[in-house]
Design a protein around this ligand. Sequence first.
Ligand code: ACD
Length: 130
Amino acid sequence: MAFIGKKYKLDKSENFDEYMKELGVGMVLRKMGNTVSPTVEITKDGETYTMTTTSTFKTSAISFKLGEEFDEETLDGRKVKSVITLDGNKLVQEQKGDKPSTIVREFNDNELTTTLTIGSVKSVRIYKAA
Ligand code: ACD
């Protein structure tokens, strides 16, 4: 779990606009989403993980235990049930709700690759350790 306590900053983003469109995110918010370069940090206290996404526009934090469903309010304001599991060096998040989506965060050396999928639409975002 070399990723605990590291800060990752967005470096490249592919197809994120399409992903947000598929989620039904409006134009103004999509513009923000496409413009900002957020920083992601995961900390761990006992069995509880906290993932904080910081940006100039909005900051969000979710706390979870692996394999335990929790209530999440997404950055675009959807209220979903999420479950996050750890698969080797990947945190796999399943969001349930009207628009089920999977978010895989894979940690390699000094890089975080976030792959967001909804239906047939996929966005890949590469973060570099700050
Ligand atoms: C990531 C992306 C995680 C974001 C996942 C879903 C959010 C959907 C839409 C975002 C819409 C508006 C938010 C706009 C800006 C906030 C900045 C943070 C964007 C991550 O983990 O890479």
